[in-house]
Ligand binder design. Structure first.
Ligand SMILES: Cc1cc2nc3c(=O)[nH]c(=O)nc-3n(C[C@H](O)[C@H](O)[C@H](O)COP(=O)(O)OP(=O)(O)OC[C@H]3O[C@@H](n4cnc5c(N)ncnc54)[C@H](O)[C@@H]3O)c2cc1C
Ligand code: FES
Length: 1260
């Protein structure tokens, strides 16, 4: 929607999520099912999901599962892991492929799993009840307004002009009119889908005084077929193009439609459905993006462009010179594209499209290609060859010289080998090329060429098997891209005790308390709060240098611009500008790119942003500039002292082991990518220096502290309100305090309310994320796989200020032994101080990074001992009640159970065998499996951080207002708290209301993080409710048959207080770092997961085939929410370990600042088969014997990383390469491809690193 210009909607009927359904009127089945299937957590993405499914249903009331996948491909969700969203969509399919186990009892899984489901412990698999769903009745949908139909059909339609302050929008009504306009305004862009023009206005500051919008012109919308081919109007959207091509290929023989097939393949994954619905063929061809997925194929297929102008019509070839923007091949002034003609392919003509992207759908290609070859009839002699490559330079490029040289050659291996060498000579990607991945992109050029070579050979063989031998069977799998399948699976959990009171919601998969509001768009996020009188918007000016002196700040031009109220700098902070080492506004010097130097307050965000660009800052670079961990180690630059845990005698043990290995593991960082960026509304009050803040945070107390310190007022004057956050994942623990204080200073200075919403790019730049980590290990072990000694060092890149880095490091040191007992164990860690933005908390708090190192050394030991990694894991796993390395006692029985069940129920060893068989038969595709065990902890080793409070009011009508110190971030904390209160007060959940979290109702609340939200707040809520029930007991005893309302009325009459605070002192955890021991954590959460992947050795792409998770949930208070957390964390972890990649320049500039260049998983990345089981255990210490599951699933995503490594190992083994190689994270397509060394990686030119500055560097 952000790309649809409002003027283009003239004559359209627009339906938004509010128009689909509402709580106030009637909710729509799409909204209802998304909510009831638990397809919403934080709710920020939910209206988008609803609209995608709704739109599909308006066009296809009975969609197929594939259509559901396609419709959702352009939507992002950071919370759910998509499985429940897809499932809600699939409920509309006639033949749902949701596992049939839930319906007929017939399971798609094998006998083993079925046996598991029907075992005596009463396992449930139903997280919702389909019988409750309203049916979809398409006749109830609003019709297209007749007056708009009449308007569209009006024969006397006239040119439409909208005149704005700076721009004019003109909609012509005929082609002649358009051509006239094109003459009058030759530089005005034609706004078709606006998917090229829109982003360049938004992100590249392009300005156009006039826009011409011919989108609706019928002359641009047509398809004609002739004997030679097809001509398609330039106004056709890519979706319409897809539909037309599908129709044509169904009608025409295959040999004629090879170009169309190639186009269809790329159209399926080009952007997402929303963009494909808007973007037009003409716009795509003319804008000639260097990453174009269609132009290389159109060029290879000899398409032509039909142009028209006032002068008449002409045709130009869509060829190399056009795509390379040769001046003579450009459109002339006044010309527009009328249509594109695509000829049919012929019998001895082959056309293909090839591409590889970081993510299967909705990601620009890293390299793509369109290739075609024409042979002399009945021969394999090349008559014509064309190769076009995208994403390797500023334009699509043609390997025309190579192609010319190859004419007359036979299509055989020798030709291929020359072709590869010549292409590499002809297409030079410089070592410092923008976008980086230079050697990978060079390798892809020839890997894609090889794929094409094989495809053509196979095609020739089909034409004449006698003459043209087939390709080796082992190579067949190289030909196919990974298919996009509709995922399926089962979620299993313990059924509620049949004797439990039917009113008691504890243990039931209760829907998220706000789910329906999320789905209707009625849930209020900060940015939804209506504007306030005199409100100002804030825009930031940030440092462009990593380490520099600020020489001057010139705000004069910014201040003179319209609407600007003020510019705020460090000078304006009345109190602490530097609170506990965290700097609000940079003063005198900057210590990272992205540090806030000043903010501009203006009447609109557009004005504030415009003015922010005009603030002139001069810098003088300062030495040293430290970006990477390696540089920090060189400069001895640390944020904290070393933390160490040691047991046994490591040095001594090394003397008596069979083997010793040493290694290093790099784990890069991660961006939170919460859907709701940081948003703050700061409202100064007229009296007593009071200030009210509304924001999405995990830690309102912290915001209060920072704002009070910045304004130099007591904390009692600062009220922080937090209703809900659109995702947080640790990114809203500390950063909102800093940003809240920045806003509060602006509000204080201007005396007006301040609205501060970080744009995605700034959010990614300023707030940083998960700590990159370097692990160094030395492991001593016996030949049977028993590890006797480990000496491990961890270094994390903390960035420029302390934030929570020291605590993250402590977690790493304490938790990184994971599930393994190593008798002689030393683990040390330090936080490196660098000139990067300050890294912060992120789900798992260091554990997901550190355990990669652990699993990496386990893998290395396995390789040395010729054992499977899983065998070494089992050998070294904690087996009986034991002490951790820091001497905390625990019983690992649930760990063993999760591990055993995971291996058994996933049929690990049988599937491992099958994968090996597959690998033997396939040279270019390999399968890999890995299982990882997990021992995780919740909470923190500081007792006072585990306390919590709640406030419960009962009103005289019996309704209850429940408040506690925890924040609702999408995890369903409030829903669980209502379940707790409902059980304790013995009233239905509908009596209980939970409005918001605030520093006014519950003071000094600790952060909602560390998986302990339910644990600690649940105990506080329980305590408050029990206090109230104790007060009510005498009344209830006197009138046991009475109703709740009667008891409450009576209590009031008897002057019994109906309000209580509940308190939980907290788990008594402690850690003595001097002695290196303590009861650091209240309890352990165990789990295991097994994943299977298939990799494409030629491109580096991978597909996640199946994942099984067994998570020790003890007793789940709400299995739907807990499974939601496990799945969501797993997918977030999988993203972290595979495709999410932050790119920093050597100067410390973050390149990846938005969804275009940072890829989180989408529907296409989730496992094709996904089985999640909550395992029952006991945990008497926690509320209702539950366990905190918010973070634990994150690490289980590493089973995908290690499955990829397993597959890569298989490829390397087959190619005679060393079994061991450095493991690092993420395992991106680049890493996979470049680790699967082969003749193509050997062929590419390599550059001497000392001769150039790379575009991006590793910071771990
Ligand atoms: C989020 C996103 C993801 C994307 N992902 C991909 C991807 O994976 N692969 C890929 O290949 N592409 C991708 N694209 C690019 C997309 O395919 C192009 O932006 C789109 O096809 C351009 O068409 P449009 O109608 O929106 O052009 P517009 O933005 O409306 O116009 C683009 C330019 O073309 C000119 N123009 C338009 N029509 C005509 C005409 N008939 N005659 C003369 N000039 C004309 C206009 O003057 C303008 O200068 C993506 C774009 C976005 C926004
Ligand atoms: S529920 Fe999808 S982003 Fe939070």
């Amino acid at each position: 929607a952000c790309l649809v210009p409002i003027c283009s909607l003239h004559g359209s009927a627009v339906t938004t999520v509010e128009g689909v359904g509402s709580i106030k009127t009637r909710i729509h089945p799409v909204q209802e099912r998304l909510a009831k299937c638990h397809g919403t957590q934080c709710g920020f993405c939910s209206p988008g999901m609803v609209m995608s499914i709704y739109t599909l249903l308006r066009n296809h009331p009975e969609p197929t599962p594939e259509q559901i996948m396609e419709a959702l491909g352009g939507n992002l969700c950071r919370c759910t892991g998509y499985r429940p969203i897809i499932e809600s969509g699939k409920t509309f399919c006639v033949e749902s492929s949701v596992c049939q186990l839930k319906g007929s009892g017939k399971c798609c899984m094998d006998q083993d799993e079925r046996a598991f489901v029907t075992r005596p412990e009463k396992i449930c698999t139903k997280l919702y009840n389909e019988d409750e769903f309203q049916t979809l009745d398409p006749s109830q949908e609003p019709i297209f307004p007749p007056e708009l139909i009449r308007m569209a059909e009006d024969p006397n339609k006239r040119r439409l002009t909208f005149q704005g302050e700076r721009t004019t929008w003109i909609t012509p009504v005929t082609l002649d009119d358009l051509l006239e306009l094109k003459v009058n305004f030759p530089k005005a862009p034609l706004i078709m889908g606006n998917t090229t023009v829109g982003p360049s206005i938004k992100f590249k500051d392009e300005f156009h005084p006039v826009f011409i919008s011919p989108l609706g012109l019928p002359e641009l919308h047509f398809v004609t077929t002739t004997d030679d081919g097809v001509t398609i109007g330039a106004g056709y959207s890519l979706t319409q193009l897809t539909d037309s091509l599908h129709f044509i290929v169904s009608e025409q023989p295959k040999e004629k439609t090879k170009t169309f097939h190639a186009l269809l393949k790329h159209l399926r994954t080009l952007a997402g459905a929303q963009i494909r619905n808007m973007a037009t063929l003409g716009g795509h061809v003319v804008s000639r993006p260097n990453f174009s997925d269609l132009n290389p194929i159109l060029a290879a297929g000899n398409a032509t462009i039909n142009l028209v102008s006032k002068e008449g019509e002409r045709q130009i070839p869509l060829n190399g010179p056009f795509l390379e923007r040769a001046p003579e091949a450009n459109l002339k002034s006044g010309e527009i594209v009328l249509s594109i003609s695509i000829p049919y392919s012929t019998q001895w003509h082959f056309v293909s499209g090839l591409r590889l992207a970081q993510r299967q759908e909705n990601a620009f290609a890293i390299v793509n290609a369109g290739m075609s070859v024409k042979f002399e009839d009945n021969t394999n002699m090349i008559q014509d060859l064309q190769m076009f490559f995208g994403s390797i330079g500023p334009t699509v490029v043609s390997a025309s010289q190579t192609c010319r040289q190859l004419v007359g050659r036979q299509w055989e291996d020798e030709m291929l080998s020359d072709a590869c060498r010549w292409v590499l000579d002809e297409i030079h990607i410089p070592p410092e090329a923008e976008g980086g991945m230079v050697e990978y992109r060079r390798t892809l050029l020839i890997s894609l060429l090889f794929k094409f070579y094989l495809k053509v050979r196979q095609g020739l063989n089909k034409m004449d098997p006698q003459k043209f031998p087939d390709i080796p069977e082992k190579f067949l799998s190289a030909l196919e891209d990974f298919p996009i399948e509709t995922p399926q699976g089962i979620q299993m959990f313990q059924c509620v005790d049949p004797y439990q009171s039917p009113q008691d919601p504890v243990g039931h998969p209760v829907m998220h308390q706000s789910a329906i509001k999320h789905a209707t768009g009625e849930a209020v996020f900060c940015d939804d709060m209506p504007s306030l009188d005199q409100e100002l918007f804030l825009a930031v000016v940030t440092s462009t240098r990593a380490h520099a002196k600020i020489i001057s700040i010139d705000t004069s031009e910014a201040l003179s611009l319209p609407g600007v109220a003020d510019v705020i700098t460090a000078e304006d902070v009345p109190g602490d500008n530097n609170h506990h080492g965290e700097i609000l506004y940079a003063q005198n010097e900057v210590i990272c790119v992205g540090q806030i130097i000043c903010t501009v307050a203006a009447d609109t965000y557009a004005h504030a942003k415009e003015a922010a660009k005009k603030v002139k800052i001069t810098f003088e670079d300062t030495e040293p500039r430290i970006i990477t961990i390696e540089q920090a180690l060189e400069h001895n630059s640390f944020l904290s002292a070393e933390k160490k845990i040691e047991q046994g005698n490591v040095e001594h043990a090394f003397k008596y082991v069979d083997q010793i290995i040493e290694g290093e593991v790099h784990v890069e960082g991660q961006e939170h990518f919460y859907m709701e960026t940081q948003t703050i509304l700061a409202i100064p009050k007229a009296e007593d220096k009071e200030m009210v803040l509304h924001l999405g945070t995990q830690f309102p107390t912290h915001v209060q502290e920072y704002v009070a310190a910045a304004l130099n007022v007591p904390r009692s004057r600062i009220a922080c309100h937090m209703k809900r956050a659109g995702g947080a994942f640790g990114g809203k623990v500390t950063k909102p305090a800093l940003l809240g204080a920045v806003s509060a200073v602006a509000a204080n200075k201007t005396g007006r309310p301040i609205r501060f919403i970080l744009e995605r790019g700034n959010d990614m730049l300023i707030t940083a994320g998960r700590h990159p980590l370097l692990g160094k290990y030395k492991i001593g072990f016996m030949n049977n796989g028993v590890i006797k000694a480990a000496d491990v060092e961890y270094y994390v890149n903390g960035g420029c200020t302390p934030d929570e880095s020291e605590l993250v490091l402590e977690f790493i040191v304490l938790k990184s032994e994971n599930a393994y007992y190593i008798p002689n164990f030393r683990c040390r860690g330090r936080v490196c101080k660098t000139n990067l933005p300050s890294n912060t908390a992120f789900r798992g708090f260091g554990f997901p990074q550190a355990t990669v190192v652990v699993e990496a050394y386990i893998n290395a030991v396995a390789s040395q001992c010729n054992l499977l990694p899983e065998e070494v894991k089992e050998i070294n796993m904690y087996k009986r009640t034991s002490k951790t390395a820091y001497k905390q006692t625990f019983n690992p029985e649930p760990l063993r159970r999760c591990w055993k069940e995971c291996l058994e129920k996933s049929s690990f060893y049988a599937r491992k065998q099958a994968a090996e068989e597959f690998n033997k038969k396939n040279y270019w595709k390999k399968r890999g499996l890995a299982a990882v065990p997990m021992k995780y902890t919740i909470g923190v080793p500081i007792a006072y951080y585990n306390q919590a409070a709640a406030l419960v009011h009962i009103y005289l009508d019996g309704s209850v207002l429940l408040t506690h110190g925890g924040c609702e971030l999408g995890q369903g904390l409030h829903t669980k708290m209502i379940q707790v209160a409902s059980r304790e007060l013995n009233i239905p959940p509908s009596y209980i209301h939970l409005s918001e979290t605030s520093t006014i109702t519950v003071p000094n609340a600790v952060f909602t993080a560390g998986s302990m939200g339910t644990d600690i707040n649940g105990k506080a809520v329980q305590n408050a409710c029990q206090i109230l029930m104790a007060r009510l007991q005498p009344i209830i005893r006197k009138n046991p048959e009475g109703k709740w309302e009667e008891w409450i009325a009576k209590a009031f009459e008897e002057s019994i207080s109906l309000s209580a605070t509940g308190y939980f002192k907290g788990y008594q955890t402690n850690m003595d770092w001097e002695k290196e021991e303590g009861d650091a954590y209240p309890y352990f959460v165990y789990g295991a997961s097994c994943s299977e992947v298939e990799i494409d050795c030629l491109t580096g792409g991978h597909k996640l085939l199946r994942t099984d998770i067994f998570m020790d949930a003890a007793f789940s208070i709400n299995p739907a929410l807990d499974i939601g957390q496990v799945e969501g964390a797993f997918i977030q972890g999988m993203g972290f370990y595979t495709i999410e990649e932050l790119k920093y320049s050597p100067e410390g500039v973050l390149h990846s600042r938005g969804p275009d260049d940072y890829k989180i998983p989408t529907v296409t990345e989730i496992p094709e088969e996904f089985y999640v089981t909550l395992v029952r255990s006991r945990n008497p210490i926690a509320i209702y014997s539950s366990k905190g599951l918010g973070e634990a699933g994150m690490f289980l995503g590493s089973s995908v990383l290690f499955a990829i490594y397993d597959a890569v190992t298989a490829a390397r083994r087959e190619r005679g390469l060393s079994k061991t190689f450095a493991i690092s994270s993420p395992a991106t397509p680049e890493l996979i491809r470049m680790t699967c060394v082969d003749q193509f990686t050997d062929m590419i030119p390599r550059d001497d690193p000392s001769t150039f500055t790379p575009w991006s560097i590793r910071v771990s």
